[in-house]
Design a protein around this ligand. Structure first.
Ligand code: ADP
Length: 271
């Protein structure tokens, strides 16, 4: 059976896609276990191996077989286009926010992507700041806890400031992330609440930047991809709700985190 492999080796995770005649297999490995992936690749048979991401050349160097290496932004854009079409999303112009270890913002104009921004708030911040607050380094444990949290005593909302009168903007908007903490000095802030607030600030900054560049490029569509949404429906909800509240259309794509790996396989299709 002929198999094509696409690998997107990022700062935290290696995304692996095996593509057969009419199906795909998806697999994720921690980047710190890159040697395991290299060993596996040296053992199996494949028709082609396409690589992308910051760690791609480390893999290529240690393989005896030929590989192709692609720029990650083009690979992600190509793969995302394929997934959007397959999943019935008929959009031609959009911003896509790749929420990985860090967040990268791109405008797709119907033909190609252009990188239009980047932010340091992303999955790496959830893990890093999350660890500083909780001493938890296990991703699943950390994100499981965050889902159960409540941001009310930690984040300051507009309605907390406009106590007795109608605010000029929606009262539920965050006025200051973590800005409510000093108003609740006697409170025992739970891990769940602290971690939910970390997810909150990360999600809100990503949304703010995404819709700003969407406005700049005159599109209403924002597509969110990246492994940071794994086991973290709270992040998805924060971003989705805030994007809608600001009047834009959020899209989430199944297997969106594998856009780069899929795109790497197909970037040469039309050449
Ligand atoms: P990159 O290409 O930079 O590695 P990804 O899109 O793979 O970016 O996203 C990395 C982020 O995904 C991490 O920062 C973390 O928040 C999240 N993540 C999802 N699953 C895991 C996991 N099993 N272990 C660690 N981080 C994970």
């Amino acid at each position: 059976m002929e198999m094509k492999i696409g690998i997107d080796a990022g700062g935290t995770l290696i995304k692996i896609v095996q593509e057969f005649e009419n199906k795909r297999k998806y697999h994720t490995e921690l980047t710190i276990n890159i040697d395991k992936v290299i060993q596996w690749l040296n053992q199996i048979k494949f028709e082609s191996l396409s690589l992308t991401g910051g760690q791609a050349s480390i893999i290529a160097e240690q393989l005896s077989k030929p590989t192709q290496n692609f720029v990650e932004f083009d690979a992600a854009s190509k793969g995302l286009g394929i997934l959007l079409k397959e999943q019935g999303h008929d959009i031609n112009q959009y911003i896509f926010a790749n929420v990985g270890t860090g967040t990268s913002l791109h405008y797709f104009d119907g033909q190609q992507q252009q990188r239009v921004g980047g932010i340091g708030t992303g999955g790496g911040m959830i893990q890093g700041l999350g660890y500083l607050l909780s001493q938890i380094s296990d991703y699943k444990q950390l994100t499981d806890l965050a889902q159960k949290g409540d941001r009310d005593t930690i984040d300051l909302k507009v309605k907390h400031i406009y106590k007795d009168c109608e605010p000029p903007i929606p009262g539920d908007l965050t006025a200051a992330n973590f800005g409510n903490v000093l108003h609740h000095m006697n409170e025992d802030f739970s891990l769940e609440n602290k971690l939910a607030s970390v997810v909150g600030v990360v999600g809100e900054v990503i949304t703010t930047m995404s819709i700003t560049v969407a406005h700049e490029h005159q599109t209403d569509n924002v597509v969110y991809i990246g492994s940071s949404f794994n086991n973290n429906p709270l992040l998805r909800k924060v971003i989705e709700d805030y994007t809608v509240l600001r009047g834009f259309n959020p899209f989430y794509i199944e297997h969106g985190a594998f856009s780069g790996a899929i795109g790497a396989i197909h970037l040469n299709d039309n050449h």
